[in-house]
Design a protein around this ligand. Structure first.
Ligand SMILES: NC(=O)c1ccc[n+]([C@@H]2O[C@H](COP(=O)([O-])OP(=O)(O)OC[C@H]3O[C@@H](n4cnc5c(N)ncnc54)[C@H](OP(=O)(O)O)[C@@H]3O)[C@@H](O)[C@H]2O)c1
Length: 265
């Protein structure tokens, strides 16, 4: 049995994962984190009697219950603190929360390696994002220019999305795009060219009516290639990937980004 401490268990994504865990027979939520529902049993909050773990106001309190894997699904401002606390207590960590930057992951990686623990961070647990990342990598080997667009609902606080960040970080290992007009030679508002992330230009839309989509456009003279991923309105697409991450993270040491770290493709 893999015992999980689930931070953000009452949220949009975390509650769906908790229900997904309840349907398994090899993973259990032994403790959960939510300030609003602290002191209650998770199953009472989510109307799922198989979830018998208690809800705590902070990760530190929840981690007093021993667990194998800590799942971080809260908000960017608390995520790093929670991850560090979990590693200090000997748990492996699965990170779903977006908004952590490369520098955070460098620090987390050093700590995870010193503790001989795995951290698997996935900006998007949807299984259909894995081919997007793979195909984009193949295209980047061939095509030297691309830009990334990330679309999300208006109340998403962080930008760019975890998916876009992860994509840019991956492509940087292959090459950096070579814009025809260097950004510092932009005539007009430099911001109109988007943010530069690991060498890629990334543009984030935040509007009502959108859920979560990621798009990468490769361009060559007189031809272009668009690869796009769209999630629907439920958090269901993220459950299977997160469960896979929970089951496999103990095979890793240090920070790994993207679900393909534990998928044989
Ligand atoms: N990787 C993926 O596939 C994926 C998929 C969906 C979402 N996400 C990311 O996951 C994160 C959560 O998204 P969401 O839509 O589920 O958010 P949400 O609905 O607002 O849920 C956030 C959860 O975290 C808890 N929380 C927030 N701040 C906290 C704090 N300071 N201390 C303790 N608990 C806290 C909330 O409970 P209380 O308010 O009661 O404390 C709630 O349970 C975001 O960063 C989002 O971008 C990632």
């Amino acid at each position: 049995m893999i015992n999980v401490c689930l931070a953000g268990a009452t949220g949009w994504a975390g509650s769906e994962l908790a229900r997904g865990i309840a349907r398994t027979d090899d993973v259990a939520v032994v403790a959960a984190v939510s300030r609003t529902h602290a002191g209650r049993v998770l199953g009472d909050v989510l109307n799922e009697p198989r979830l018998t773990g208690g809800v705590h106001a902070s990760a530190i309190e929840a981690l007093a219950t021993p667990c194998n894997v800590f799942v971080e699904y809260t908000k960017p401002d608390t995520a790093k603190r929670n991850i560090v606390a979990a590693l200090e207590r000997g748990a492996h960590v699965v990170v779903g929360t977006s908004g952590l930057v490369d520098h955070d992951y460098i620090e987390i990686d050093a700590m995870a390696r010193s503790q001989r623990r795995g951290v698997l961070a996935c900006g998007n647990f949807a299984l259909t994002v894995v081919p997007l990342q793979k195909f984009a990598g193949a295209a980047a080997r061939l095509i030297p220019q691309w830009e990334i667009i990330d679309y999300a609902h208006d109340d998403k606080v962080d930008a760019p999305s975890g998916t876009a960040r992860e994509l840019a970080a991956r492509l940087a290992k292959i090459r950096h795009p070579e814009p025809t007009v260097a950004l510092d030679r932009t005539v007009g508002a430099r911001e109109a060219r988007g943010a530069t992330l690991a060498g890629s230009q990334v543009h984030s839309l935040r509007l009502p009516g959108f859920v979560i989509s990621a798009e990468i456009i490769f361009g060559m003279p007189d031809q272009k290639l668009t690869i796009r991923h769209d999630s629907g309105s439920s958090a269901r697409p993220y459950v299977d990937g997160a469960l896979l991450a929970i089951r496999k993270v103990a095979t890793l040491v240090g920070v790994h980004r993207g679900l393909d770290a534990v998928l044989e493709l």
